[in-house]
Design a protein around this ligand. Structure first.
Ligand SMILES: *Cc1c(COP(=O)(O)O)cnc(C)c1O
Length: 387
């Protein structure tokens, strides 16, 4: 098959879209060693610095010493430990829902919930910029999927009003969108869901631990937590571990553990990941200053870049997008930043619309003022051609 692989890869390369891996020889600290060189890291989802926190490392090690490195089976057979259930209670407590169910990743949680809940004759209304795992969940579900323009409530209402049939309707949206860091217009979505009798699912991968009181997420940020039928999240971003979850009602959980294939046929998450996630959630609830610092850092970077004349999106979340426009220029900009020891990837079509190539910057609570100023100054210097 190598001949075929070669041809396919060449097509990707011709479009300038070939991807490659970069190897880190440190964890995701604010300063890293990548492919043997030192960089300031402005592209990690380790928003609160918890993935490298000593307390999570210790708890993960304790999990291993008590239970071993693997669970030996799916949750429904031999892989459900006491700590899995404790973690689920703690997630439900954080999200203020009746229950939560842990999957091996956020990706699998999205696939599991959408494909098991939405059937033939049902209709899914999905934001155009939703995460790939939501799109894959819709594809697996066999429901009719209708994509509405990003955060466009006029378009969503038009599509809701034109749909007919007696199937279930579900509006699916990211809470915080991964590319621009903008927050979904949840109050309007809730109003439309009521008007057209639709259910709501929010993917809070980037909002859990970041938005709302105690880092509860997007629904709490808007004071709407009782209006959401399913909240999906990941344990791998602000929480600093690995795994995914769905926060929902007790009966909703019961349904998922009987129907979601990505739950049923997956080995239970390892004890180290579970124990690290539990510690991460506890720290998020007990150390609000981390979240405050994260948002302060994001607002500072956003404001300073805007003052310098850049078009920047985001700022209320740790994801900040700096518009470049042309895809080749965006790549060049990112490469120049790398020459200056700063890692900020360029995002191009088809990930973002044509002509809106950008630098996607993510901020961490652990970035120092000096590091923030370094990145601001380097971006300014590259823009005016000084470096
Ligand atoms: C990262 C992400 C996921 C996937 O979570 P994993 O735990 O990494 O599988 C799902 N949805 C969104 C919006 C994400 O950003």
């Amino acid at each position: 098959m190598d001949h075929w692989f070669h041809q396919e890869l060449q097509l990707i390369e011709e479009k300038g879209l070939k991807r490659k891996l970069r190897a880190f020889s440190t964890g995701n600290e604010s300063e890293v060693i990548m492919d043997g060189k030192k960089f300031l890291l402005f592209s990690s989802n380790n928003y609160l610095g918890l993935a490298t926190d000593i307390r999570l490392r210790k708890k993960a090690a304790e999990g291993i010493s008590k239970y071993g490195t693997g669970t030996g089976g799916s949750r429904l057979i031999t892989g459900n430990f006491v700590i899995h259930e404790q973690l689920e209670c703690e997630i439900a407590n954080l999200k203020e829902t009746e229950a939560a169910i842990v999957f091996s990743s956020g990706y699998l949680a999205n696939i599991g919930v959408i494909s098991s809940v939405m059937k033939k004759r049902d209709i899914i209304f999905s934001d155009a910029w939703n995460h790939a795992s939501i799109i894959d969940g819709c594809r697996l579900s066999q429901a009719n999927t209708i994509v509405y323009e990003h955060a466009d409530m006029v378009d969503l209402e038009r599509k809701l009003s034109q749909s007919s049939g007696d199937g279930k309707k579900l509006i699916v949206t990211d809470g915080v969108f991964s590319m621009d860091g903008d927050i979904a217009p949840l109050p309007e979505i809730v109003a439309l869901a009521k008007k057209y009798s639709a259910y709501i699912m929010v993917d809070d991968a980037h909002a859990t631990g970041v938005l709302g009181s105690d880092g509860r997420g997007t629904a709490d940020y808007f004071g709407l937590k009782d209006e959401i039928d399913f909240t999906v999240g990941t344990l791998s971003k602000a929480i600093g571990a690995e795994g995914g979850f769905v926060a929902t009602s007790s009966i909703g959980k019961n349904y998922l553990l009987n129907n979601a294939r990505s739950f049923i046929f997956q080995t239970g998450l390892s004890p180290s990941a579970i124990e690290a996630a539990r510690e991460g959630i506890s720290i998020i609830q007990n150390e609000p200053e981390r979240r405050d610092q994260l948002l302060k850092n994001a607002q500072y970077l956003h404001l300073e870049l805007e003052k310098s004349g850049f078009i920047v999106w985001g700022g209320d979340t740790p994801i900040i997008s700096l518009l470049i426009g042309d895809s080749h220029e965006a790549i060049q900009f990112s490469e120049k930043l790398m020459d200056e020891g700063i890692f900020i990837p360029a995002i191009r079509p088809p990930t973002v619309p044509k002509g809106s190539s950008r630098l996607r910057i993510t901020v961490m609570a652990t970035h120092t003022m000096e590091q923030l100023n370094t990145v601001i100054n380097k971006i300014k210097k590259i823009e005016i051609g000084v470096v």
